[in-house]
Design a binder for this molecule. Sequence first.
Ligand SMILES: Nc1nc2c(ncn2[C@@H]2O[C@H](COP(=O)(O)OP(=O)(O)OP(=O)(O)O)[C@@H](O)[C@H]2O)c(=O)[nH]1
Ligand SMILES: [Mg+2]
Length: 192
Amino acid sequence: MFKLVALGDGAVGKTSCIRRYTEGSFSERYIATIGTTFALKTLEVDLPTGSRVTARVVLWDLAGQPTYNELRRRYMAGASMAIIVYDVTRPQTFLDIGEWYTKLITVCPNAVVAVVANKIDRPDRLVPPEAGSMVEDWLDVLHYQTSAKTGENVDTLFTDLVTRAIAKQHELGPLDPTSTGMQSQKPFKLGV
Ligand SMILES: Nc1nc2c(ncn2[C@@H]2O[C@H](COP(=O)(O)OP(=O)(O)OP(=O)(O)O)[C@@H](O)[C@H]2O)c(=O)[nH]1
Ligand SMILES: [Mg+2]
């Protein structure tokens, strides 16, 4: 069982990427995530050693709005993977990536991280693909260009992350079973 957290500014498409991956659907309507929610996914992963394993992933979807900073810090604990998402039509969301990365690495220094350039289907794209490649070298993270709308690269993104997380777990040894956050914490909503 692996824990993944989704980070990034409000409305960049964190919920949409998770929904596309776990349910195969997409909605144009923006409904800001309140507090946290989670989804589960079971997948088969081919390891570089040639063996095939079944992995279970808990995908925590954390609200991007700044009010939830404290909550987010608590929910990042124990994550072995993270996606940091930005919206290619809003440069500010790209500029905020460094800050998200710092927040994450302070809590989860061993997490496998992917920076995700989302909404690449949009004709009004402003952040070019080269900017994402620069981040890959700068922060030593994986980098993907996705569209939750068309589904482009979404499966690849998550499958690669899980494959890397499994490889890393082999390097570091097994994690504390309570660290998925499932045993000790329940998702809850704020403001309702
Ligand atoms: N065209 C296009 N629109 C997208 C894509 N991904 C998300 N959107 C739209 O962007 C808006 C925000 O998406 P969400 O997935 O709710 O964003 P979020 O990052 O979860 O936002 P918070 O929960 O507020 O942090 C919605 O209207 C989505 O339909 C995409 O790949 N392409
Ligand atoms: Mg959301």
